[in-house]
Design a protein around this ligand. Structure first.
Ligand SMILES: *[C@@H]1O[C@H](CO)[C@@H](O)[C@H](O)[C@H]1NC(C)=O
Ligand SMILES: *[C@@H]1O[C@H](CO)[C@@H](O)[C@H](O)[C@H]1NC(C)=O
Ligand SMILES: *[C@@H]1O[C@H](CO)[C@@H](O)[C@H](O)[C@H]1NC(C)=O
Ligand SMILES: *[C@@H]1O[C@H](CO)[C@@H](O)[C@H](O)[C@H]1NC(C)=O
Ligand SMILES: *[C@@H]1O[C@H](CO)[C@@H](O)[C@H](O)[C@H]1NC(C)=O
Ligand SMILES: *[C@@H]1O[C@H](CO)[C@@H](O)[C@H](O)[C@H]1NC(C)=O
Ligand SMILES: *[C@@H]1O[C@H](CO)[C@@H](O)[C@H](O)[C@H]1NC(C)=O
Ligand SMILES: *[C@@H]1O[C@H](CO)[C@@H](O)[C@H](O)[C@H]1NC(C)=O
Ligand SMILES: *[C@@H]1O[C@H](CO)[C@@H](O)[C@H](O)[C@H]1NC(C)=O
Ligand SMILES: *[C@@H]1O[C@H](CO)[C@@H](O)[C@H](O)[C@H]1NC(C)=O
Ligand SMILES: *[C@@H]1O[C@H](CO)[C@@H](O)[C@H](O)[C@H]1NC(C)=O
Length: 548
């Protein structure tokens, strides 16, 4: 009896010290991975910096114009790097950006920041206001949160007058952000618009406390409460599983968790929200394919190895660049401009990464084996019911889809290119990833997902809106360049059945031609199935899929 007890104790002691070693290991790894992310991203942005003007040139190198948002992200990186005249340059950027903030309180874009310094005055006859066009309401949040990170982490490097200037700017931006009400004046900021809503609640709560404006603090807490209520319904972000925006939401929730005091709902819920978000992401991640399985509420690509996602930058700080879905030269990937947010990811990683559950960490390294994931997410006022997500993940094939009933086509962002409700991905023999995705064209979709199959139907449709278009990625480097049927799609075998007409069309969406234009910089083959003429059946299609 005693012997058994003793050996238990010994085992528990061994486990504890191994655990302590692991924790310290993880801390050290995070430190070196994030230092490496900071260094690589800064080296890249250094090439774009215009020290004469104190702005970054546009990352799209548009005839030497400049750009505000990457400039402030770079400025945060300059403070973190703090070599040579880095601090001086950071201060110069900050002063430029604050100096050109919109200060007219009666305008909808009050407290916002310019998109680029050369722009004409927004709201003039020749440069009319256009939300998400000539001005972007989310930049209050992006620039504002960056200022807070600078003030929280690097105040010792910033002259007092510059700090005061930044806090004043944050005050204006918070008041301006309070003008935003989803559904009014073309604005779309609802609590379900996760990434900017989490930033809004934070900046309001932080600035309110900093300048002792109780109303502002209370407004931030009240908005946070709405976000938390939505989240805790099934412990998911409304903007679910988006390689880009889950990354922004994780960044913003880290601000809640790290900088908000215990008397704040944000301080209380932030850490668990991060843990839950990573739990879903870890369950949906397939380390063999280096991709988070679909569905993706808002995506800027179909294969994380080929477009740069903010989530992949966070993974870089957790498991290292080699194991993360990041190309060796990240600035060659699709959507590469988001590489500019790297300094913020790197600065917060030492804290953020302590909240990544052990099981998630393990899934980011090694695929744990075939399994099914079921979740739900809810985006009022666009969803009639919560969306139901099912994904089946196996060694080299993943299938994921969501059922929804919405009042818009293309998800809450009304963007058919980004809303990706049904996705299949497979590993090809050359190690690259093949994919197919349902092009979002309907208000409602029912899905059934399981081992090797994807079944989709349009519960509300009739013959006017009843075709299923699957965008299918091009073959690998050595694969066939021309595709006429499923038999030409490499690495996978697909059998189709359902109420659809089994005769389908295949059309190309190419960089230089074909019937369609690439979506999110990805070329594709558009496989379209219509309903037989006169059919009154519910449009339904079933794909039986095997890796070949
Ligand atoms: C420590 O980490 C290793 C791999 O990194 C793992 O195999 C082991 O189970 C971990 N030990 C504990 C106690 O967490
Ligand atoms: C972590 O780094 C510190 C110093 O940077 C070192 O003393 C320690 O041994 C390292 N821990 C592990 C587990 O590598
Ligand atoms: C602010 O904008 C309003 C509405 O366009 C305008 O009437 C007013 O003159 C502006 N104020 C300043 C100081 O520019
Ligand atoms: C308090 O905050 C709310 C929401 O931000 C705003 O509408 C209201 O005008 C503010 N009241 C005062 C006195 O500042
Ligand atoms: C998701 O599942 C719930 C619970 O079964 C159901 O009430 C809801 O209608 C479903 N949502 C959709 C869009 O089908
Ligand atoms: C896919 O996985 C199956 C079993 O898990 C294996 O037999 C097959 O060779 C794999 N195919 C590829 C292309 O990796
Ligand atoms: C059919 O498609 C059109 C255009 O995409 C859309 O406006 C309409 O709402 C859709 N109707 C249904 C029932 O899905
Ligand atoms: C098909 O849907 C459209 C739009 O929802 C509707 O106007 C039309 O009456 C429907 N047709 C049939 C045959 O149900
Ligand atoms: C499919 O196409 C072939 C050849 O054009 C035709 O003979 C056949 O009837 C079509 N089938 C259906 C179900 O439309
Ligand atoms: C794919 O083809 C269908 C049917 O022609 C079309 O409606 C749809 O817009 C195409 N999708 C893309 C992304 O080009
Ligand atoms: C597709 O159908 C063929 C012929 O019936 C069958 O041999 C094959 O196993 C099927 N493949 C899948 C993925 O269902």
């Amino acid at each position: 009896m005693i012997a058994v007890w003793k050996s238990c104790l010994a085992l528990s002691f061994a486990v504890h010290s191994a655990f302590a070693r692991n924790v310290s290991n993880r801390r050290n790894e995070t430190q070196s991975f994030s230092a490496n992310l900071l260094e690589e991203s800064m080296r890249w942005m250094d090439m774009y910096y215009d020290s004469e003007r104190g702005y970054l040139f546009s990352l799209d190198a548009a005839a030497l114009t400049h750009e505000t948002r990457p400039s402030v992200w770079y400025a945060a990186g300059l403070l973190a790097r703090n070599e040579d005249d880095d601090v001086e340059q950071a201060v110069k950027i900050v002063k430029n950006v604050v100096g050109s903030q919109f200060k007219n309180e009666s305008l909808q874009w009050y407290g916002n920041y310019q998109l680029y310094p050369e722009e004409p005055t927004v709201g003039t006859k020749q440069y009319p206001p256009s939300i998400y066009g000539t001005w972007d309401p989310n930049w209050r949040g992006f620039v504002g949160t960056t200022f807070v990170v600078m003030l929280e982490e690097f105040a010792h490097l910033l002259p007092q007058d510059v700090q005061t200037y930044m806090v004043q700017s944050l005050y204006h931006t918070t008041v301006g952000d309070s003008y935003r009400v989803g559904g009014l004046n073309n604005d779309n900021l609802y609590p379900a618009y996760s990434n900017p809503s989490i930033m809004r609640a934070f900046v309001s709560g932080w600035v309110g406390r900093r300048v002792h404006d109780l109303n502002m603090t209370t407004a931030g807490e009240a908005y946070a409460k709405e976000i938390i209520d939505l989240f805790t319904r099934d412990n998911t972000l409304s903007e679910f599983n988006s390689g880009t925006y889950a990354g922004v939401s994780l960044f913003a929730m880290t601000l809640w968790a790290k900088y908000m005091p215990g008397d704040s709902l944000m301080g209380q819920h932030g850490p668990d929200m991060i843990r839950h978000t990573w739990t879903s992401l870890g369950e949906l991640y397939n380390a063999n394919l280096k991709n988070v399985a679909g569905p993706w509420d808002r995506s800027y690509g179909f294969d994380m190895n080929r477009y740069l996602s903010i989530l992949a930058l966070q993974m870089w700080t957790i498991v290292g660049k080699e194991k993360a879905p990041v190309y060796e030269r990240p600035y060659l990937m699709g959507h590469k401009n988001d590489f500019a947010i790297s300094p913020l990811v790197a600065i917060l990683a030492p804290y953020h990464n302590t909240l990544v559950p052990a099981e998630t960490l393990s899934s980011l390294n090694t695929f744990p084996g075939t399994h099914i994931v079921k979740k739900s997410a809810f985006s009022p006022p666009f969803d009639t019911y919560p969306r139901n997500i099912t994904a089946w993940l196996s060694t080299n094939l993943t299938i994921g889809a969501e059922s929804f009933v919405e009042n818009v086509v293309g998800g809450p962002a009304k963007n058919q290119a980004a809303f990706t409700p049904a996705v299949v991905q497979w590993l090809r023999k050359d190690g690259s990833v093949g994919w197919l995705s349902l092009y979002a064209q309907s208000l409602a979709l029912d899905v059934d997902v399981g081992a090797n199959y994807l079944e989709l139907s349009y519960p509300q449709s009739n013959e006017t809106n009843s075709s299923f278009s699957f965008l299918v990625g091009t073959n690998g480097w050595d694969g066939k360049k021309d595709i006429a049927s499923w038999a030409d799609v490499e690495g996978v075998q697909v059998n189709v059945s359902g109420s659809v007409n089994l005769n389908y069309t295949v059309e190309f969406g190419g960089l230089r031609g074909g019937k369609w234009k690439p979506v999110n910089e990805f070329e594709f083959w558009n496989f379209t199935y219509g309903m037989p003429e006169g059919s009154e059946e519910v449009p339904r299609v079933r794909l039986q899929v095997e890796v070949a």
